[in-house]
Design a protein around this ligand. Sequence first.
Ligand code: IPE
Ligand code: IPE
Ligand code: MG
Length: 264
Amino acid sequence: MTANFISSSAAPSASASALPGDLLPGRMPVHVAVIMDGNGRWAKQRGLPRIMGHRKGVDTLKKLLRCCRDWGIGALTAYAFSTENWGRPTHEVDFLMTLFERVLRQELKEMMAEDVRIQFVGNLAALPETLQREIDRAVTQTQANQGIRFSVATNYGGREEILQACRAIATQVQQGDLNPEDIDESLFSRHLYTADISDPDLLIRTSGEMRISNFLLWQLAYSEFYITDTLWPDFDTAEFHQAMKAFQKRDRRFGKISNSDSGD
Ligand code: IPE
Ligand code: IPE
Ligand code: MG
């Protein structure tokens, strides 16, 4: 793969000026999360091995990251590998691990140039050591960058994340460092992998599946969902534009009533 993570020949610098005229800058999501699903089906439709779908899916992610940056979105979280995905055939798992490693190595320079701050969420200790090294390198080198926060969920499971938070909190209680009464939503959130990023405003899932597949179970409590039948490798800027338009029409009530109804 030779393409850069963010193509240097594309649009100019990050600014809301790149935003399509029918989107309101003041109503853009701060944080977009995406379940990148449908790579296998995309390949199968073309008579190709599933791994070709994963390879094409990387290009989709690169373009989405650039688009988010150009449209002034502060954070993008992408589901790359779930705790359940280990159950796939060994050759597919091995291919994905090698792909992640290679993409990280190839794109680090470009991420630096584009001011992207990358981080990983998930149980990273169980990943191959060579991949862990690339992750450490990319996270360390980009940590002072001020641009878009790019989180990659790798060996991520929402239930596992909640359990490890419970264990850490229980240990603090056991050691007498924390009172059970002081465990509130804010403290709990700080023990999740996503401790320092806001909850997603919008979750996009491609390939039409109406499920959450163990992604960000805690953090998606009040996110808007946008599900499209488009398979991940075909999800392009025009599709993302549609998702943004849909998002801007949503009435996010958070359990309250609409402002427009408050006079009743
Ligand atoms: C998503 O595409 C990528 C990963 C889970 C790694 P899939 O590989 O799940 O593609 P489908 O759902 O089988 O089409
Ligand atoms: C969710 O997709 C995980 C990722 C996109 C990484 P899956 O393809 O694994 O989800 P299910 O099996 O359809 O629920
Ligand atoms: Mg799938």
